[in-house]
Design a binder for this molecule. Sequence first.
Ligand code: THU
Length: 138
Amino acid sequence: MTDEELIAAARSAAENSYSPYSSFAVGSALRFADGSVVTGTNIENASYGLALCAETVAVSKAMADGVRGGLEAVAVTGPLDKGGDAPITPCGRCRQVLNELAQLGGTDPLVLCVGPKEVRRIRLSELLPDAFGPASLD
Ligand code: THU
């Protein structure tokens, strides 16, 4: 799957967003070394602080199915009419959650942050430098 197809998968996942409180639908798609793709979308809650982000949902889906590494790329999409021209980037918690899965497989995934004017391509290690991860506990 190409980067553009991965972004399309994230956009498609956002169609299932449950975000009645923020009206901010986010989609995420993870691509793995074996070619598999796992998607996620944000799921909010009447208790606002319990919202689950799209990236966290995608990582959770993958890990619940036994995936423990091989994360090569992550696409994140949000509403293109909010946030100005800046591409959406994973929140701090999601960076940490993505890092766990990435470090387990020794990869530094490319994060495709989609905006209205450009797709920003950045490594997870740039979004989360000096990350605390599984190896930190050894
Ligand atoms: N959100 C995500 O799904 N991923 C992010 O990285 C940033 C924020 C969601 C959480 C909430 O449902 C909505 O966007 C507004 O913050």
